[in-house]
Design a protein around this ligand. Sequence first.
Ligand SMILES: [Zn+2]
Length: 177
Amino acid sequence: METIVEAIHYVMSNLRKGTHCPVCGKWCHADNRRFHKDMGVALVLIKLFFDKYRSSDWCHVENWLQQVSKMRAPGIDNDTMERFVGRLKSQRMREWSRLKHWDLLERRPVNPDEVVRGYWRITRLGVDFVNGRLRVPVRKWIFKDSVIDVSEELVSIHEILSGPGFTLEDLHNLVRP
Ligand SMILES: [Zn+2]
């Protein structure tokens, strides 16, 4: 290995399994992120925010999830709701911001005068995904906050939300427009 370009190429091609940088010796390894159910629940809830508050440009996601945790719906019994609220407050649910790597969410550009952070919006792609019009890679490999590789395996919102816990219909019952 003779040049920096070769070294960069070597590191980039070995990020999925991890490698020491031939220049500085630092360990470089991409994070393998899977699109999980709690991310799907968060995305649907963010879509429902914009369905409910049509004039809003941005959603303060943490506040919105807290607001949702206080909602009640006739078809959902207290035990089920309690379990759901537990999920809303879980560490995994806080991984919703990873949806940016799928281009399904975007963060409001930071204005230096602004005190309040945490505003996001769903992208066009995000709306299409929630509406079942497209499938996205189930895995992405992230290095230094950038996507360096994606899985061939795709997943739909219905596949993401299948299994135990809240369904798409439950979420729609909970958050009425
Ligand atoms: Zn290095």
